[in-house]
Design a protein around this ligand. Structure first.
Ligand SMILES: Cc1ncc(C[n+]2csc(CCOP(=O)(O)OP(=O)(O)O)c2C)c(N)n1
Ligand code: SF4
Length: 293
């Protein structure tokens, strides 16, 4: 990654209304340094729409539009096709939350991937429906307390494990899939650049810590992004046409407990629940790295 690849212009400006420490603004600000001005952004309903995309207080300095919650894949497909007909190379990018990706948007997303539309789809993953008050999504990790999976006497938080959305997208055998974390800055920018330069369907999946929903100190956002990777809760990889081409392996794997400790959503965890989440991570680790953790 050369510094000259980065745009000097700030295309997602400060002054938006995200909570302090929200992971999403640094994600989009850095992504836009790579994508540059000739980009059109679509967001469905989510926090990013509300804190950066409400007229007349738009934080975006590129064309930006919003339609409905469930149709990101379809909207960006149509825009990209119209632009290509006009001979324009403009990047067409949809940025959805995990609710808008794992659950409600998966049908339009899968269709766009199957048709190999010339677009970039980004999921910023804060592991719940944050904008509407922290409801669980298909991305919420096992045991996490949300407002629809409250930890108490009836249930101990979410009963199911997190769905592996990046693997689902890899199975579509699209030109490019990458998972990212803002704690790994160079890797982040290089993957964004690759996505920018590839033609056809590209899927970027980025962990986006949410101090409000995860209940941690807003100064620890980058640390959360890093610990997620070091514990194996989040895996960094690239895949081209379904084949994994690059996987980051943490130098020293930390116990899942170390990642959970600083977050209020896991505060009620019993030793058995920590063990269950560790078992899930170890199983994923073995599947990905082909060796015991
Ligand atoms: C069809 C439809 N159902 C429900 C909503 C209400 N709604 C707006 S934003 C949102 C949550 C979005 O969650 P997610 O995609 O995870 O993004 P986040 O808010 O966490 O950034 C919901 C449920 C809606 N706008 N449209
Ligand atoms: S609720 Fe979470 S995702 Fe939404 S703006 Fe606040 S910190 Fe960001």
């Amino acid at each position: 990654m050369n510094i000259k690849d980065l745009s000097d212009e700030i295309l997602f400006t400060p002054g938006h209304t995200a909570c302090a420490g929200c992971g999403a603004p640094p994600i989009v600000r850095n992504i836009m340094k790579i994508f540059g001005k000739d980009t059109i952004i679509y967001t469905p309903a989510n926090c990013l729409l509300v804190f950066g995309g409400t007229y007349p207080y738009l934080a975006w300095k590129v064309p930006y539009f919003h339609e409905a919650f469930e149709n990101t894949g379809a909207c960006i497909s149509g825009v990209a096709r119209a632009l290509r007909k006009q001979g324009k190379k403009t990047l067409v990018v949809g940025i959805a939350g995990d609710g808008g990706t794992y659950d409600i948007g998966i049908q339009a997303l899968s269709g766009a991937a199957e048709r190999n539309e010339d677009v970039i789809y980004i999921c910023y993953d804060n592991e719940a429906y944050m904008n509407t008050g922290i409801q669980r999504s298909g991305s919420t990790p096992y045991g996490a307390a949300t407002t629809t999976t409250p930890a108490g006497t009836k249930i101990p938080g979410k009963l199911d494990h997190k769905k592996d959305m990046a693997e689902i997208m890899r199975a579509h055998e699209v030109p490019y899939v990458a998972t990212m974390s803002i704690a790994h800055q160079r890797d982040f920018l290089e993957k964004a650049k690759k996505a920018r330069d590839v033609e056809g369907f590209r899927y970027l999946h980025i962990i986006s810590p949410c101090p409000t929903g995860w209940r941690f100190d807003p100064s620890l956002t980058i640390e959360m992004s890093r610990k997620a990777v070091d514990s194996g809760m989040w895996t960094l990889f690239e895949a081209e046409y379904g084949e994994i081409t690059n996987i980051y392996k943490p130098k020293k794997k930390i116990p899942v407990k170390e990642y959970l400790m600083g977050q209020g959503r896991f505060r009620h965890f019993t030793p058995e629940m920590v063990e269950e989440l560790q078992r899930w991570v170890d199983h994923k680790w073995k599947r990905i790295y082909g060796e015991e953790p």
